[in-house]
Design a protein around this ligand. Structure first.
Ligand SMILES: [Zn+2]
Ligand SMILES: [Zn+2]
Ligand SMILES: [Zn+2]
Ligand SMILES: [Zn+2]
Ligand SMILES: [Zn+2]
Ligand SMILES: [Zn+2]
Ligand SMILES: [Zn+2]
Ligand SMILES: [Zn+2]
Length: 201
């Protein structure tokens, strides 16, 4: 009787061992075919996935990877040098995710230091924030006072950039006629295109 109980116990123990053995080997052995099951980090004891950085990332079960503070499921990617989640037009050390509802309702496009919500987004070519509309790379920039794209000839409150004739124009709709008139910074007015200021006087 006693021997029979021992025998049963032995069988049970063996079964448990086999089960544990199988369970442990699957993730390790299954390697490339299946993504490895999330395991705990030896240092911070948190569940870690791809991109894990202690104290800087946390595991997203939906994306099945470690993510940074600015994570938006399926819409941000992880930047290793920065150690955080970033948007589509990310530039290391220059741009950041604007967390306002307006800026996060569509694609996650990053913004620069001169960002104005509802108005600007980072232009990779120019390296600064530019308005959604009317931006011409290396020609126009966002005027922080008027919040529109303007050129070097801009006078605040008075002019804006006309992409059609590639010159600064008066903000008065009636005054500007493309290729006939343009805004003169010195006069502060819309003037004929051939209007000039004689030099040295
Ligand atoms: Zn860790
Ligand atoms: Zn996610
Ligand atoms: Zn980066
Ligand atoms: Zn914003
Ligand atoms: Zn640009
Ligand atoms: Zn201005
Ligand atoms: Zn024009
Ligand atoms: Zn003039």
């Amino acid at each position: 009787m006693l021997e029979r109980i021992r025998f049963q116990a032995l069988i049970a123990a063996l079964l448990v061992l086999t089960a544990v053995g199988c369970g442990e080997e699957k993730p390790a052995g299954g390697g490339s075919a299946q993504p490895t099951a999330p395991s705990a980090c030896e240092v911070c004891n948190l569940i870690k996935g791809e991109n894990h950085l202690c104290n800087r990332t946390h595991h997203c079960p939906v994306c099945k990877r470690d993510v940074g503070d600015d994570h938006f499921c399926g819409r941000t990617t992880f930047c290793k040098p920065c150690g955080k989640d970033v948007g589509k037009n990310h530039r290391c050390g220059v741009t950041h995710v604007c967390r306002s509802d307006y800026c996060t309702q569509r694609d996650i496009l990053e913004v620069g230091e001169n960002h104005v919500c509802r108005t600007s987004v980072f232009c990779k070519t120019c390296g600064v924030d530019a308005a959604f509309e009317g931006h011409v790379c290396n020609v126009t920039f966002l005027c922080p006072a008027c919040l529109i794209e303007v050129s070097n000839e801009h006078v605040c409150g008075k002019s804006r950039y006309c992409p059609d004739c590639a010159s600064e124009r008066s903000r008065e709709e009636t005054e500007h006629k493309c290729s006939l008139t343009k805004f003169c910074k010195a006069c502060g007015n819309e003037m004929p295109v051939d209007h000039q200021h004689p030099r040295g006087r």
